[in-house]
Write a protein that binds this ligand. Structure first.
Ligand code: PFF
Length: 464
């Protein structure tokens, strides 16, 4: 059974695939604009606290459940003899479908920018609003992107993704380090750094805490069984705690680097950090243009190519969650499962595609259903899907997974699984910390977040 499902060929393969899942648009596109909206460094501090205190333990639990059961997000609970808890997996699958439906649209934007940069069209930054409105063009990019994702997933986990990630991740990091070093030399850079790194703790309010937690979960691919699924392809002799620590550090590191690069650029271009979802797409073309036509084309094309690949390793993991379920539980051949699921997701993504200007109903969707917040500039259907999937399902899933691992499956079993490949785990400080976090801290914090989301987003009762 285990071999016919496929498994990662090496420890590095797993780590890179899981880090590839974590590192994506969430780090480079979403993190900077969340920081911008959330008031800067105060948000960054909260984000870091959540990543290490809450997300890292939840990550070890997800991977452990997956490896112990060698099953998908739904099947895992059945194998552990707790079929009633399989609803967590179903919610995870629903979250995966929804997230991928709009994530693919944004990935399409990034992919399209590769072409724009290649053609030296640096004006695109100022025309971003028109660009995302052009549903036919963006739809085509999205279709290509989903096709490539499906192609990779249909060929199993190993070969393509493992190999590609080994080259692409280091390249992305190197380019971002170079760009942030360049960013520091620009006029106005220091104002950007100050905004990003000098926290004004008076800015921490319920809303900031709330979005920082949502961002941490999204960015680390937690709460929807992606890491249960990836963990299910992992060998028993590998050290999960170490792998999870590495994945967390890598993900946080790349998000941090993205901010270090972007905020000096934003301020040096005289733009506002609160630029919302367009932030990198509006800011960066101007920066690349300033590098001069030749270097600008090279650096711009390279940057958006790497961003597109970072998105690709994430879309692969998003698609793998429902696919693994259909393959394991309904015995559908992998290829068929992949193409059917990908087509379905693309179709449910069409309203998101149209919600950035093409259709006024979908663009103002949140306003139309009466849930718009005061002063909100983005009321699109796409944002609404994010409320449901990212802001509601992920924290809820994370809470349930923690409760399940600590209190239903039981800490002893979790510890036993985490001790495989890690002899010193039992009795260590890390064990005490992980157990405390998933038993009490995570369920408590995540349940509050869940209640706050539902009240504030869906019932317009604002407690924050
Ligand atoms: N972590 C990805 C990112 O930051 O871009 C997004 C994501 C991938 C979320 C996979 C959830 C997931 F299961």
């Amino acid at each position: 059974m285990a071999t016919s499902r496929g498994h990662f060929s090496s420890r590095l393969g797993f780590i890179l695939a899981a880090a590839g899942s974590a590192v994506g648009l969430g780090n480079i596109w979403k993190f900077p604009f969340e920081v911008g909206d959330g008031g800067g460094a105060a948000f960054v501090v909260m984000y870091l606290v959540f990543c290490f205190l809450l997300c890292f333990p939840v990550m070890t639990a997800e991977i452990a459940i997956g490896r112990r059961t060698q099953r998908n997000a739904v099947g895992a609970f059945k194998v552990l003899n707790k079929p009633r808890w399989a609803f967590i997996g179903f919610m995870g699958i629903a979250a995966g479908l929804l997230i991928l439906s709009f994530y693919n649209v944004v990935a399409g934007w990034a992919f399209g920018y590769v072409i724009e940069m290649l053609m030296g069209n640096f004006e695109i930054g100022t025309q971003f609003g028109d660009y995302i409105k052009d549903w036919l063009k963006i739809g085509l990019y999205g279709l290509v992107f989903m096709g490539v994702t499906a192609f990779i997933v249909s060929h199993g986990i190993q070969a393509g993704i493992e190999r590609a990630a080994k080259i692409l991740m280091p390249s992305l990091i190197m380019l971002m380090v170079a760009l942030s070093a360049y960013a520091m030399t620009l006029d106005g850079a220091m104002a950007g750094i100050e905004f990003y790194l000098v926290p004004d703790f008076s800015k921490i309010n319920g809303q900031v805490v709330y979005s920082a937690l949502g961002q941490a979960f999204f960015s680390l691919s937690l709460g929807m069984g992606a890491l249960i699924t990836y963990g299910s392809y992992l060998n028993k002799d590998q050290n999960i705690v170490q792998a999870a620590a590495f994945i967390t550090l890598m993900d946080v590191g790349i998000a941090f680097l993205a901010g270090l690069m972007l905020f000096p650029f934003v301020f040096s271009q005289g733009l506002e950090p609160t630029g919302g979802a367009g932030l990198i797409f509006v800011t960066l073309p101007g920066v690349f243009s300033d590098l001069g036509p030749n270097i600008g084309v090279i650096v711009g094309t390279l940057f958006f190519t790497l961003l597109t690949f970072a998105a690709l390793t994430s879309t692969v993991s998003l698609l793998e969650v429902p696919v693994a379920y259909v393959v394991d539980e309904h015995k559908v051949p992998r290829k068929r499962a992949v193409w059917l699921t990908a087509t379905f997701i693309f179709l449910i993504g069409v309203p998101s595609l149209l919600s950035n200007g093409a259709s006024s109903i979908l663009t103002n969707f949140i306003d139309i259903i009466g849930l718009a917040r005061e002063g909100a500039t983005d009321n699109s259907f796409m944002t609404f899907v994010g409320w449901i999937a990212n802001d509601t399902f992920l924290p809820f899933g994370g809470m349930m997974i923690s409760i399940f691992a600590a209190h239903i499956w039981k800490k002893e079993n979790l510890s036993a699984e985490l001790s495989l490949g890690n002899e010193n785990y039992a009795g260590s400080f890390v064990e005490t910390f992980i157990n405390f976090s998933i038993s009490y801290l995570a369920p408590f914090v995540l349940s509050m977040i869940f209640v706050l989301t539902v009240l504030s987003k869906f019932f317009a009762i604002d407690l924050l």
